[in-house]
Write a protein that binds this ligand. Sequence first.
Ligand code: AR6
Length: 179
Amino acid sequence: MNKRKKILLVREDITKLAVDAIVNSANKSLLGGGGLDYVIHKKAGLLMKQACIELNKLKGGCPTGQAEVTIAGDLPAQYIIHAVGPRWLDGDHNEADLLCSTYSNALIKANEVRAKKVSFPSISIGVYAFPKQLAAEIAIGTVLSTLPDYSFIDEVVFVIKDSDNYQIYQNILSNLHDE
Ligand code: AR6
């Protein structure tokens, strides 16, 4: 990968980060829900909510594996990329490919708004019950393999709230460094 590009791991609350774009674990309606989506909608406030309502009216929401972008409202970031990950069923419903697309499409949207620094949560591993190890491998693998394609993005930060999941990311990233 281009030496200027960085992938970082932090244990933080993603809503506190003053980066160019944070990614939200959204649902197809884009109108908010539980988990991180709830917190982001609550903290971002009415203008961001209004932008989601417009997208819902205009495009009928967002299909699984895709992403849409709005302003970040009252959050310190500039943009929110609302990415819709797959719900884990049994592994035979294209879940892995859909999660891969979710990360790629979120990066495409972030690059479109010329974001330099993009922060991702662990998409789909909460309410959508995706297995954590596989989700982390897909997240890191997709970002690593596609990051060189984006002209504006030069830093991706994985923002992990829970200690067990943080450990999973740390193990994968340190194994990569050892290779
Ligand atoms: N900062 C970073 N990560 C967080 C934060 C935070 N402030 N809060 C939670 N997480 P989830 P999903 C982590 O369930 O599985 C909603 O109803 C959390 O620990 O929010 O993609 C939507 O509307 C977990 O690891 O998203 C959808 O319907 C991760 O964020 C559905 O849930 C994602 O957990 C999406 O489910």
